[in-house]
Structure formats: structure tokens, C-alpha cells
Write a protein that binds this ligand. Structure first.
Ligand code: NAD
Ligand code: WQD
Length: 340
């Protein structure tokens, strides 16, 4: 077995898929999560898919003393830090909840890595740091725009915390991965996204509407300056995204980083409209979705998709799963969750 990786927030959507891909690539995994936005089904799914009894620690990364026990108990040199709150709207209504959790948990990880002599960290950043970009597709050099939510601000601040920490502490290597719009589920349908309450994101809303849990999908705006009037996004398959973490960790372990702090976009390089996604979902899964056009959602950017050249060239990574397969996997997961 290769080295062990601590996956904080590993019971959640992206973390559980990443744990599977790490194990598939021969790494050991320890999952730490306080289950604030997940339950044990993610960890159990990882164990079932891989056949490995992955260790799980129920811990709040903001509780430094409790979290330090994980560093005492397990021998890992690398961390992938997913643990954060992620609801944009909630972060506007309750910014302190987001600053406290997302910043403190991350600062604790970095402090503990230093105290316990651990070296490599991948941070879950987001395309939200680009805001409404002046040029498309966005490259890693595209200037970040002032954040329009506390959530977005925590991503910018954590990127800066990582940059400054790597600059100051010679033993630390960091990679920030800027995810575009992660969607879909593992092909086994044993793990996937588990939104609590009414989904804010498009694909879970689509699958819940198809399952009859929601009556009707609202398409937020058909009068944008795009070919069909709806917004454009770069929808990245969650398994592809998970694999980007594996190559990022391996890059640092193998000493292949060009600089000790690096940033990579993780997307497909394609912009897909809301209408295209909805029609694709209907076609692939052979069903009709109840939807209507609704007013624009405040805060939405018109269009964003990734320039993925850097990740292609430096990480040797590119998105592989087709949008059709991803949309089929999202529906298979929803059916699994609903017992359909
Ligand atoms: P998720 O909510 O499914 O997973 C996050 C996990 O972290 C959850 O299991 C939650 O219980 C845990 N967690 C939160 N705070 C914690 C704490 N203080 N201590 C321990 N565990 C804690 O979300 P996800 O979609 O898997 O997102 C993972 C990361 O990726 C987050 O940092 C998120 O901001 C980032 N991200 C997500 C998206 C997206 O659209 N899903 C896009 C860009 C970036
Ligand atoms: C996608 C498109 C909506 C729901 C968010 C965060 C971002 C990142 C990913 C974490 C938009 C439209 C949506 C619905 C709709 N998360 N839509 N009806 O807003 O691009 O990004 O998740 O970092 O920070 O902001 O994703 O899935 O909410 O929306 O028409 O019911 O679908 O208007 O055009 P978004 P999304």
C-alpha cells in the first residue's frame, strides 16, 4: 500500500468519492468528519465499494484538541481537506457560521500538520472565486473577483491562508483545486450527493423532481445573453473530480510540484446551459421532467467554464466520463436513495 491520506469531510459527497479513488489507486485512507452535513451511509458506501474497512473518526475539525487525536493516532503525510459548509444562500444569511467553520477548521488542519510534521495538503476551492469573469474560459490566472457571499469569501480566504502558510513554512506543500460544478454519482449508486432539505443545486433538484419529491423544477432565467437564454456552467463528474485529488496528492508526494503552492481548475472545459442539461437528463434517462421558466436567481453569474489546460498538462488529468453517463448516474443514485 502507498501512503495514507487523511480525508477531512470524507463522509460527504466529494470526499466519499475521493476516498474510493484513493483506495483504488493504492492509498490508505482515514476519514474524519463530524457528520454535520452527512451521515454514515457515505462511509459505509466507501467500505462496500472498496472492500476496505476504512477508519472513520467522528470529530469536529474546529475542535483542535479533539482533532489532534487523529494526528496522534494515524500515520499519514497528506491531507485532503473537504470539511466545510457549502450553502451559498445560508452563508449570506449567517456569515459567522461560515467564517467560523470554514476558516477555523482549515487553520486547525494547517496548525496540526505543522505540529505533527505532515507535509502535503489539497484544499477544496471553487470556481466561485472567479465571480463573473471578464474572459471565458477562465484560467488559473484569471483575476478573482470580490466574493458576493461569505461562502465564496471563505474559499478566497482559505486559498490565501494556504498560499501564505506554504510561503512561510518550508515543509508544507499545497494544492488548491478549484472545482466547477460537481454532479453525478459513483457508478455503483452506493454513494452520491445527499442534500438536506430543498436542494439549491440544479442536478439534485432535477433528480428529486424526476422522483416526484419536488413538483416542478424552476429554470432560473431564460433571458440571459447566452445561445438559449439560460446560464452556462461547467458540470464536472464527481468521479473525475475525485481522480483529480489522487493525482494532486501523488504530485506532491512524488516531489513533482513546480512550486510548493499550486492552483488548478477542475472542470471539463465545456459550458453547458440549464436547458441543455435538463434535456440531456430527459433523453438519457428516458423520462419527462416537469419544469417551468422562473425569474433569474439573484447572484447567479451568466456563464463560466474552465480552461483545463494546466490540469491537463501538469496533472495529466482530464475529465473522462461523458455528460450522458454522469446524468444517468445521478438518476441511478436518486432511485437508490428513494428505493425506486
Ligand atoms: P458535503 O457537505 O457533502 O461534504 C462536506 C463534509 O464536511 C460533510 O460530510 C460535513 O459533515 C463535513 N464537515 C463540515 N464541517 C466540518 C467540521 N467542522 N468538522 C468535520 N467535518 C465537517 O460537501 P461536498 O459537496 O462534498 O463539498 C466538499 C468540499 O468541496 C467543501 O469544502 C465545498 O465547499 C467544496 N466545494 C463543493 C462544491 C459543490 O458544488 N459540491 C463546489 C466547489 C467546492
Ligand atoms: C447551476 C445553474 C442556476 C437550481 C453553486 C455555488 C458554487 C459551487 C457550485 C461550491 C445556474 C440554475 C439551479 C434550480 C436552476 N459550490 N438552477 N434551477 O450556482 O453554478 O454554483 O454550486 O463551491 O459556489 O454557487 O450551481 O447548481 O446552484 O446552479 O435553474 O433549481 O442552474 O441558475 O444557472 P452554481 P447550481
Amino acid at each position: 500500500m502507498k501512503q495514507t491520506v487523511l480525508v477531512s469531510g470524507g463522509a460527504g459527497y466529494i470526499g466519499s468519492h475521493t476516498a474510493v479513488e484513493l483506495i483504488n489507486a493504492g492509498f490508505g485512507v482515514v476519514i474524519a468528519d463530524n457528520l454535520s452535513n452527512s451521515d454514515m451511509s457515505g462511509v459505509e458506501g466507501v467500505r462496500k465499494i472498496t472492500g476496505v474497512d476504512v477508519p472513520f473518526v467522528n470529530v469536529d475539525c474546529c475542535d483542535k484538541e479533539a482533532f489532534s487525536k487523529v494526528f496522534e493516532q494515524y500515520d499519514f503525510d497528506s491531507v485532503i481537506h473537504f470539511a466545510a459548509y457549502k450553502a451559498v444562500g445560508e452563508s449570506v444569511a449567517d456569515p459567522m457560521k461560515y467564517y467560523r467553520n470554514n476558516l477555523l477548521s482549515f487553520m486547525n488542519v494547517i496548525d496540526l500538520m505543522r505540529e505533527y510534521g505532515r507535509h502535503n495538503i489539497v484544499f477544496s476551492s471553487s470556481a466561485t472565486v472567479y465571480g463573473e469573469a471578464d474572459q471565458l474560459p477562465v484560467t488559473e490566472q484569471t483575476p478573482r473577483k470580490p466574493a458576493t457571499s461569505a461562502y465564496g469569501n471563505t474559499k478566497q480566504m482559505c486559498e490565501d491562508i494556504l498560499r501564505d502558510s506554504v510561503a512561510a513554512y518550508e515543509a508544507l506543500n499545497g494544492i488548491a483545486l478549484r472545482y466547477f460544478n460537481p454532479i453525478g454519482a459513483h457508478p455503483s449508486a452506493l454513494i452520491g450527493e445527499l442534500p438536506r432539505g430543498v436542494p439549491q443545486n440544479l442536478v439534485p433538484f432535477i433528480t428529486q423532481t424526476a422522483a416526484g419529491v419536488r413538483e416542478c423544477l424552476s429554470i432560473f432565467g431564460d433571458d440571459y445573453p447566452t445561445p438559449d437564454g439560460s446560464c452556462l456552467r461547467d458540470y464536472i463528474d464527481v468521479v473525475d473530480l475525485a481522480k483529480a485529488h489522487v493525482v494532486a496528492i501523488a504530485r506532491m508526494i512524488d516531489g513533482k510540484s513546480k512550486t510548493r503552492y499550486e492552483i488548478f481548475n477542475v472542470g471539463t472545459g465545456n459550458g453547458t446551459s440549464v436547458f441543455e442539461l435538463v434535456r440531456g437528463f430527459e433523453r438519457v434517462n428516458n423520462l419527462k421532467l416537469n419544469y417551468k421558466v422562473a425569474p433569474r436567481r439573484p447572484g447567479d453569474v451568466v456563464a463560466i467554464w474552465a480552461d483545463t489546460a494546466l490540469a491537463n498538462e501538469e496533472l495529466g488529468w482530464k475529465a473522462e466520463r461523458s455528460l450522458d453517463d454522469t446524468l444517468a448516474s445521478a438518476w441511478a443514485w436518486e432511485k437508490h436513495v428513494r428505493g425506486l
